[in-house]
Every structure is written in C-alpha cells, then in structure tokens.
Design a protein around this ligand. Structure first.
Ligand SMILES: Nc1ncnc2c1ncn2[C@@H]1O[C@H](COP(=O)(O)OP(=O)(O)OP(=O)(O)O)[C@@H](O)[C@H]1O
Ligand SMILES: [Mg+2]
Length: 259
C-alpha cells in the first residue's frame, strides 16, 4: 500500500483527516474531512482548543499514534515511511511564528544550495528573492547574510522558497498574524501553486479567505464551516480595509502626513 503512494508520484494529492477524540475522549464530531490541492483551509477556536495539536497531527502524519488518535491519509492511503523521513520527498512544509535562519551564509548561497539539493536550477534563487520582495516591505538583497534578516524578511523568503523550490504540496501555518508580511498574498501565492494551505488564524481576512474552516473546541473538531457568499462579500470589504490600513501605515513610516 505504501509503495503505491511512492510510485504514483503523489499527484494529484488529497489530504484526509480522519477524526479521533477530544480531550475527554469523545469522538470528533467531524469524522472525516478531505482537502484537495489549491485549497486554503482555516483552523479556528479559542486558546487551548487544540489548533496546534491538529497542525501537529498533520505534520507528523498521525496514524492513531498521537493523543488525539486521528489519522492522516494522503491520496486516501497511509503515507509510506519514506515520505515522513526523506527530506527530498517531504510532503509537508511548516511556516512558524518564530522563523529565523541560523546558517552563516548569504541568501543567494542558501537558495542556490537548496535548489541544487532538490535537483533544480540554482538560478531559481533570483526568482525566490524577487517573489519574497513582493511579500515584504523591507526588501531582501541576495547578498545579505541569512542571520541579519528580520522576522518578516525570513518568513517572506520561506514562503517564496516553498512556492518556487520546495515541492512540498502541503503547507502548514500556525498563526502568522504578526508575521510582518503581506499575509493574504502569501496564502494566495501558495494556493495558486496548487498547494494545500492549512492555516491557524483568527485574522478575519485570512479566515474568510479560506474556503472552509475547521472549528476546534476542547481538543475536538466540532464542525466545518464553508465560507458562503455573504462571508465572501465581507472578505472583500476586509481586504479593502486592510489595503487602506497598510497604505496609512506606509505613509506614517515614511514620515509623511496622512491626508
Ligand atoms: N484531541 C486531544 N487529545 C488530547 N489532548 C489534546 C487534544 N487536543 C489538544 N490537546 C492538548 O491540549 C493542550 C492545548 O492544545 P493546543 O496547544 O493544540 O491548543 P491551541 O488551540 O493551539 O491553543 P493556542 O490558541 O493557545 O495556541 C495541549 O496540551 C494539547 O496537547
Ligand atoms: Mg496553538
């Protein structure tokens, strides 16, 4: 069974979450949810409700072996061991709140090395930097040392790297509210590349941008809300408002007077 997944080259790809139990051992009300490529799916719920736990279940391809007892299927099958351990075959990329590079090399060197290790054209490094610079207000120069990048620059670079170089079709994002990047553009970019984007967020813009959101409570998946037309209309309003706030912020940053 596992071999089958390796051979079918994982395209097209679906991610299935099969329900387990909440903190009290009650079954998840959502018994199964299937997510396809290009879909943005939100995870919402109060503090301690199990959002990060669900993300972790996906990240490690839980198979009844985590406290939630959930199971993760890829293309309706149990993922092979190699898919969990071999970085070249890694299906999941994670974008976390505290992204910082530790390696002592330049942005360009790092990206070329990453492209080569994935068997891709090292020239893609330039494309990654250009893309990253559409997501951050503080441009990244390829000659910069990785260690001097700000949190926002690091995350912008990570998003662009995932979009262009890494083949990981599943991207997990745990709260990027204060990421210092253009969040909705980052999500659009990743889903536009055909990735499954799972995002923990209470940011109305990001939550409404998702086509569906899983509602967590007491460790369990209680329901799935599909973003209806009314919510999509609200999303467009929120996006306009966000654009306005961003331009005001920029005006103030530039030391100018708000007209
Ligand atoms: N289904 C579950 N079964 C058992 N324990 C669980 C389950 N879901 C969550 N927990 C436990 O509950 C605690 C809180 O969960 P988690 O950190 O995932 O919440 P969160 O929604 O991410 O919270 P925050 O908003 O503060 O980040 C953790 O200790 C986690 O191990
Ligand atoms: Mg959390």
């Amino acid at each position: 069974m596992s071999q089958a997944i390796m051979e079918q080259n994982i395209k097209p790809l679906t991610l299935t979450i099969q329900g387990g139990v909440d903190k009290d051992g009650h079954p998840d009300a959502v018994s199964e949810i299937e997510i396809a490529r290009g879909e943005i799916i939100g995870i919402v719920g109060p503090t301690g409700s199990g959002k990060s736990t669900l993300i972790a279940d996906i990240e490690q391809f839980a198979f009844g072996d985590t406290p939630s007892g959930r199971r993760i299927l890829i293309n309706s099958l149990e993922p092979a061991g190699e898919l969990r351990s071999d970085p070249r075959k890694k299906l999941v990329a994670q974008l976390s709140q505290n992204m910082h590079f530790l390696a002592d090399m330049s942005v360009e060197e790092f990206l070329r090395m990453h492209a080569k290790s994935r068997g891709k054209d090292p020239g893609l490094a330039d494309k990654v930097v250009a893309l990253a610079n559409t997501l951050t207000g503080e441009p990244v120069n390829p000659a910069f040392q990785l260690t001097i990048l700000s949190g926002g620059q690091s995350r912008a670079l990570m998003v662009a790297d995932i979009a262009v170089i890494s083949d990981s079709p599943i991207v997990l994002i745990d709260e990027i509210e204060n990421a210092g990047i253009k969040k909705q553009e980052a999500l659009r970019l990743l889903s536009g590349e055909g990735k499954i984007v799972v995002v923990v967020t209470h940011d109305p813009m990001l939550a409404l941008m998702a086509s569906r959101r899983i509602v967590m409570k007491n460790g369990g998946m209680t329901k799935v809300i599909s973003t209806n037309e009314d919510e999509q209309r609200v999303f467009r309003d929120v996006e306009r408002l966000d654009g306005w706030l961003t331009s005001l912020r920029e005006t103030i940053r530039q030391g100018e007077v708000v007209a």
